[in-house]
Write a protein that binds this ligand. Sequence first.
Ligand code: TYM
Length: 342
Amino acid sequence: MSQTQFTPRVFSGIQPSGGLTLGNYLGAIKRFVDMQGPEFETIYCMVDLHAITVWQNPADLTRNTRELCAGFIAAGIDPEQSVLINQSQVPEHAQLGWVFNCVARMGWMKRMTQFKDKAGKNAENASLGLFGYPALMAADILVYHATHVPVGEDQKQHLELTRDIAAKFNHDYGVDFFPMTEPVIEGAATRVMSLRDGSKKMSKSDPSDMARINMTDDADAIAKKIRKAKTDPDALPSEAEGLENRPEARNLVNIYAALNDQTVDEVLRDVGGKQFGEFKPMLADLAVAKLSPISGEMARLMDDPAEIDRILSRGSQRAREITAPILKRTYEIVGMVAPVEV
Ligand code: TYM
């Protein structure tokens, strides 16, 4: 079968299920900004349908969706250049999601480690949506025929599933319709760890607020959290190999490198030999310098929620120009009777 050429197109999403963390910023949003440009069409999404796989207070969901949109824009996503949407306004995501529920196999879904982590011991009480979540995620991506998906390390398995779903659909229906999406998991901070425990991911759901930096934290909070971050007693090494078996040290150096657009080796060339007592204030200053303009701009944008709603509505109109024909063709391939003039 001849290989179809797909338009270079980037899609990624974030759940509006709470505040944004430094992990979301460095692992995802900052990378989204980097990928804007002439090389790709870029589509970025607030995945509100994914968020309700666990309980969301309705008023909080509305606010968090707008705040996430403000975060995207404040960090440098240009709503003219990129398409910014909330998932529920583009119904083709959920429609293709259903088709993919019928393509994905139970065995594949049961292997998803995020479901196991999130459902925990109480899997019987988890929503059906939480279990089916990765099939909807595959639909988010493939309903645009997206070719590249920038994400943090924790989404890798879901992107492998997306490729499996695309391949099975193409194989079962004898078509070359859905692309094999490339995960883009790059940079120094693909997995930002908790500030309290270098073996745990920095997460908005961590019970301790000291474990994470929130994008809305003020300068004092950021400095305090970095000052109190767990470390070891040794000085920083001069080369990356010296960070082996030092997860907390590695995490702080990774954060520094990602914030400053440097490699880990470049950072260590400058700070190797320093004690944490000296390095932590440098990191705090850098974090405040990079993050405060973003949080300031987020707050300013949140003063005008009607403008955010207009941006999302306009984004979904543009998105549907791409998604409607792809869903229509999917239904034709599957054999659904299409509407006719009556
Ligand atoms: P979510 O909302 O949990 O996280 C959004 C993005 O932030 C990244 N991330 C991190 N990166 C580095 N270090 C961390 N500590 C960290 N925490 C979060 C995540 O890897 C992700 O890129 N299933 C997705 C949302 C989604 C999606 C999609 C993503 C739905 N449909 C389609 C891409 C394409 C999620 O729950 O991300």
